[in-house]
Design a protein around this ligand. Sequence first.
Ligand code: SAM
Length: 210
Amino acid sequence: MAAYTPAGFPDPKACGAFYDTRTTIFAGDEMMTLEYSSVEAQRDLFDRAIEALPPNGRIFDLGCGLGHLPAYFDEKGIPFDAYHGIDVSPAMVQRARERFVGRDAFRFAVQDVLSEPLSPGIADVGYIISVLGYPIGDDPMESMMGILREVFDACQDGIVFTHLVDGRKPGLKFTSDPETLAALCEKRLNARATIHDNGVDFTYLLALRH
Ligand SMILES: C[S@@+](CC[C@H](N)C(=O)[O-])C[C@H]1O[C@@H](n2cnc3c(N)ncnc32)[C@H](O)[C@@H]1O
């Protein structure tokens, strides 16, 4: 199971079921549950994400997993007004809630934005970190653009998300060229896109601002 990665998922719910299973199998090893190679790899992405788009006001986090991003904000003493994380895996959401028991500024919910859309302007800054790496549905690019549109419209300042570059690691399931995806986001979402690619890592980030 550790090495097993599916080719993709028919819909987000199936992706949630995959991560539900991982929370049981890898209980006690959170990085394995999340498919990160190490805590440092996760931290590095968080560092790059807040550099690309600093947290501000109301934070939205699609694919919140085990709640590590808000825990990282906490640890760094990063100020913000409220945090709202959603995930398609009920087990992940349950574990994230347990991390923040009694903290009213932190809300977690099970939600698939492709079937339950978000209201516009409910947050200021959005993060989608290590979420869009599997192809979903018959047209994965359209599924991804649908998710990005929902979160971008929901966040008044903008969003930052990660995606994968082809040719830097074998076995990646869903990749895109940074310039092509940035141009598509500018055209389809009417966003101002900034690419954050260090030319080495297989993950790059795109910040989209209104
Ligand atoms: C690799 S984990 C990353 C978790 C977290 N963002 C982090 O970096 O620690 C991917 C998470 O995204 C969730 N996910 C995948 N597709 C999703 C979707 N369409 N909507 C919401 N959550 C999704 C999965 O259930 C899983 O918890």
